[in-house]
Design a protein around this ligand. Structure first.
Ligand code: FES
Length: 147
């Protein structure tokens, strides 16, 4: 699936009617089966918000496509676990961003004089904008986080 402009959310015409409906102000991203197969989908929403939706270990995640640091294309980043937390690793400068919260993780050195050096994973706090993903009847929607 390629990037494309998407305005108001609506399921494709072929979807069946249901009592479930997408969240208000959400944007239709695609069929879940297509996203699962593609693993990563990018989409431009609201005329300029580039969003990355990805499927990893049975879970859907959505975040701004561009890295908070300097705009790296996160859709090309590897997904790895650091300190028990799943992160996307920006392909540009290797910043680690948690998939679920958008926290920036880094390795801190508490005592630079200690031998050998001991490091700990720490959080810079939430740095990357994460968006809410909702699945309704096999259709995937994203509600933008405007914070
Ligand atoms: S642009 Fe992502 S780490 Fe620098």
């Amino acid at each position: 699936m390629s990037s494309e402009e998407e305005t108001r959310s609506s399921p494709p015409p072929s979807s069946s009617a249901s009592s479930s409906s997408p969240p208000p102000a959400s944007h239709f991203i695609g069929k879940k089966e297509d996203i699962v197969q593609a693993r990563r989908v990018t989409k431009m929403l609201n005329g300029g918000r580039d969003i990355l939706v990805l499927f990893h270990q049975g879970q859907l995640y959505a975040m701004d496509q561009r890295c908070y640091h300097s705009g790296g294309a996160l859709q090309h980043g590897d997904i790895e676990e650091f300190n028990g937390r799943l992160c996307i690793v920006c392909p540009w400068h290797k910043y680690k961003i948690t998939l679920a919260e958008g926290e920036g993780l880094y390795q801190a050195v508490d005592d630079p004089t200690a031998k050998p050096l001991r490091t700990q994973w720490r959080s810079k706090g939430v740095k990357q904008r994460i968006h809410k993903v909702t699945e309704v009847n096999g259709n995937v929607y994203v509600t933008l986080n405007d914070q």
